[in-house]
Design a protein around this ligand. Structure first.
Ligand code: CP
Ligand code: NVA
Length: 305
């Protein structure tokens, strides 16, 4: 049975730890510029319906460095769900490639893609979630902190695809997760319930960021309007007025809190330039780790570990 990676909890707890360990190993090999090419004679199809910097470059570079060939398909090449049926594209692209990754709008489309593809499918972000991001984030936190014991992550902002991924990780690994968001922009209830029902992590939804960030190990934010919602930014801004991550909010979190952002950031909107540039900010290590963790995910799915 082929495996897909559409949600972080498609992996068991044990498998998540296995991928995190593997990522550490592939990162060390990468840094040594070791000749390590498990994907020689392999190809990866990368289907993008949305823009990307980190995801495109990290997957393409990562797969190349592991010996394979990655094919970047723009929204003009495959506009999933428009030019032809998703189930047709799934089977066609599977005939040419060993792995497929896709960044799509509609989460149902990636589920259909995976159901019909005969090779592993990786979710590179949908409107619903972004599992590769959250695996890189937890890897980065562990790398910085040495462990994940009694970890408090406070996400401040829109209850979006990043939050859904944190919640689904909270169903596999134990931590304290607080989502501080405006009342109109809470995460999906079913996903909050999934995280709570797993009984591993504490989950809180708060509307007071200053209160939420107290004793945080990590203060995390993301844009207030995601891809597909950019036209809503001006309408959304007043609701998020108290949710900017600025120096006052970081001071309320305390001196040991680090700042994370999946990027791209809109400086001086959801986060100030000063916080982005502060010593607490680990956003570029976080971005780098996308590549190492995704390499580990691809090796795991391809059965090469
Ligand atoms: N964080 C992230 O996925 O960035 P891109 O949208 O640039 O790929
Ligand atoms: N929530 C953002 C994440 C970008 C990586 C978006 O979907 O646009």
């Amino acid at each position: 049975m082929k495996r897909d990676f559409l949600h972080v909890d498609d992996l068991s707890t044990e498998e998540i730890w296995q991928v995190l360990e593997l990522a550490r190993d592939v990162k060390a090999r990468f840094q040594r510029r070791e000749d390590y090419r498990p994907f020689r004679n392999h190809s990866l199809a990368m289907i993008f319906n949305k823009q990307s910097a980190r995801t495109r470059v990290s997957f393409e570079t990562g797969f190349y460095r592991l010996g394979g060939h990655a094919i970047y398909l723009t929204p003009q090449d495959i506009e999933i769900g428009k030019r032809e049926a998703v189930k047709d594209i799934a089977r066609v692209v599977s005939r040419y490639n060993d792995l497929i990754m896709a960044r799509l709008f509609d989460h149902a489309h990636i589920e259909e893609l995976a159901a019909y593809a005969t090779v592993p499918v990786i979710n590179a972000l949908t409107d619903y979630n972004h599992p590769c991001q959250i695996m890189a984030d937890i890897f980065t936190i562990r790398e910085k902190r040495g462990n994940l014991d009694d970890l408090k992550i406070v996400y401040v902002g829109d209850g979006n695809n990043i939050v859904h991924s944190w919640l689904r990780l909270a169903a596999r690994l134990p931590f304290h997760f607080v989502c501080a968001c405006p009342e109109r922009y809470t995460p999906e209830e079913a996903t909050v319930a999934l995280a709570r029902e797993a009984g591993l992590s504490t989950i809180a939804i708060d509307h007071d960021p200053m209160h939420a960030v107290r004793d945080a190990d990590v203060v995390y934010t993301d844009v207030w309007a995601s891809m597909g919602q950019k036209h809503e930014l001006e309408e959304r801004r007043p609701h998020f007025a108290n949710f900017q991550v600025n120096e006052a909010l970081m001071a309320a979190a305390g001196p040991s809190a680090v700042f994370m952002h999946c990027l791209p950031a809109q400086r001086d909107i959801e986060v100030t330039d000063a916080v982005m540039e502060s010593p607490a900010s680990i956003v570029f290590d976080q971005a780098e780790n996308r590549m190492h963790v995704q390499n580990a995910i691809m090796l795991f799915l391809a059965g090469k570990c």
